[in-house]
Write a protein that binds this ligand. Structure first.
Ligand code: C2O
Ligand code: CU
Length: 484
């Protein structure tokens, strides 16, 4: 088993980290420049996303086929537009159950947010729905359904949305890496997406890990080039501790929001979060590894091999992205509210947590709970009802549109929770446990016993607020705000 330290010291040959590159400018904190004003006419992107079962081989070319549910023939389609463009995407539902599309992290008008029973009627089998909005921010986003999430996302329904226009000086090349697991049996059929013991703890993990739909992602990249990586963690459960070996990498955006570049050591990408990096590729033949240090044994997400002529002869000094143009919360006047993420029933859930996962007693209790209720989690002691949004509970709060809020997010459980707020990009101000740079995000991982402060300006509408471990939101850790 290789630890990160051991891996770093055993690097050899083509994997050796490049001699210390000059990072004088990139290392210094420099404010991001604002993007130039729009010029020209925004483009309109007209497209159809048909949710339907499609046969795909996930277990290798020799392996069996699996019946995925996808939006297009390409299992995880990528939509690319430029900031200010208009997207007109028709969802056609060719599944046997209702669905919708939520545009994760995109500041859409409330009626385009894609949450059944909350912002729109469910799109029933055979029906269509037009999502029509202008994209206000650049960045790396994604989209997914918002009902029966573990089942629909588990079967494959997910896509990438990239909004360009943030590069103040273009990089040489770009690679999008979508990491996710699949719950597949060896014959290619799906295993149950959720388990009670997983839902009541850290979530149920997949049986195979993939990047861009393959288990061992490798790619040739141009030599001595500034390469942008857009890493998306679209797993239902898993968090990644991402690091890069064989090149110096800088973090340039978090959840699509530009940050002053800082050197990546390793960064935890919680489920549903994204990280944009830029790195200088090695000379031809050299390799770069994108690795996940989270599991006991290091997992390689991608192996990149440089080829061809050097693209650049100068030192690595990539230009930062343009600053985002998000509304700035007024911290002096912001109202503070506290949200505690905890167990639905302290007695039962904390009792289960004291048991060994393999203890037959824990299984008996959980199976029993299942028949009684599959509600394990709560926000401020209130659990989302277990009936797929049909009976809307009262909102967690009613926020005033245009006003600033400071939320204290407190994790009272032994598991990390990636907390997502719809329709807003918030500023992560501080953590009670970690040194984290102030940055903007739409999803923030709150570690066990950690307190994280965020701030944002409220917008009108009903906006969901939940943990993005899909089994957690489905078993209670979800609520919404009704803002006017
Ligand atoms: Cu990607 Cu309600 O979330
Ligand atoms: Cu959670």
């Amino acid at each position: 088993m290789l630890t990160r330290r051991a891996a770093l010291t055993t690097l050899a040959g083509g994997l050796a980290a490049p001699a210390l590159l000059s990072l004088s400018r990139a290392d210094a904190i420099r404010p991001l420049a604002p993007a130039p004003a729009f010029s020209g006419t925004p483009a309109i992107h007209e497209l159809t996303l048909e949710a339907k079962p499609r046969r795909v081989k996930l277990l290798g070319p020799q392996g069996p086929e699996s019946t995925l549910w996808t939006y297009a023939d390409e299992p995880c389609p990528t939509i690319r537009l430029r900031r200010g463009d208009r997207l007109r995407a028709t969802l056609r539902n060719s599944l046997a159950e209702h669905t919708s599309i939520h545009w994760h992290g995109v500041r859409v008008p409330n009626e385009m947010d894609g949450v059944q029973f909350v912002t729109q009627k469910p799109v029933e089998p055979g029906e269509s729905f037009l999502y029509d909005f202008t994209v206000p921010d650049t960045g790396t986003f994604f989209f997914h359904p918002h009902c029966n999430e573990s089942g629909q996302v588990g079967h494959g329904l997910v896509g990438v949305l990239i909004v360009e226009g943030d590069e103040s000086r273009p990089f040489d090349d770009e690679l999008v890496l979508v990491a996710r697991d699949w719950r597949l049996d060896r014959d290619g059929s799906f295993l149950p997406f959720g388990t009670d013991s997983g839902a009541a703890r850290a979530g149920t993990f997949g049986t195979i890990r993939t990047v861009n739909g393959v288990t061992n992602f490798a790619r040739k990249v141009p030599a001595s080039a500034d390469l942008r990586l857009r890493l998306l963690n679209l797993d239902a459960t898993r968090h990644l501790d991402v690091g890069v070996e064989g090149a110096v990498a800088l973090v340039i955006a978090i959840d699509g929001n530009p940050v002053e570049p800082f050197r990546l050591d390793s960064w935890r990408i919680g489920a549903a979060s994204r990280l944009d990096l830029v790195l200088r590729t090695p000379k031809a033949g050299g390799k770069v590894l994108v690795r996940d240090y989270f599991p006991a044994e290091i997992h390689d997400l991608a192996v990149l091999e440089a080829e061809g002529q050097d693209r650049r002869a100068t030192d690595f000094d990539p230009a930062p992205l343009y600053a985002s143009s998000l509304p700035e919360a007024d911290l002096a006047r912001a109202e503070t509210q506290a949200y505690v993420f905890g167990a639905a029933s302290d007695a039962i859930a904390s009792f289960i947590d004291t048991l060994d996962p393999d203890d037959p007693l824990s299984k008996v209790i959980l199976d029993d709970l299942c028949t009684a209720s599959r509600t394990f989690w709560a926000i401020n002691k209130r659990s989302w009802p277990n009936d797929g949004h049909r009976n809307l509970p009262p909102p967690l709060a009613r926020l005033k549109a245009g006003e600033s809020y400071r939320f204290v997010l407190q994790n009272a459980t032994p598991h990390p929770h990636p907390i997502h707020l719809h329709g807003h990009t918030f500023k992560v101000l501080s953590s009670s446990k970690r040194q984290i740079p102030v940055h903007h995000a739409d999803t923030v991982l709150v570690l066990p016993k950690e307190r994280i402060e965020i701030a944002f300006v409220a917008t009108p509408g009903r906006w969901m607020f939940h943990c993005h471990i899909l089994e957690h939101l489905e078993t209670g850790m979800m609520g919404y705000f009704a803002n006017s």
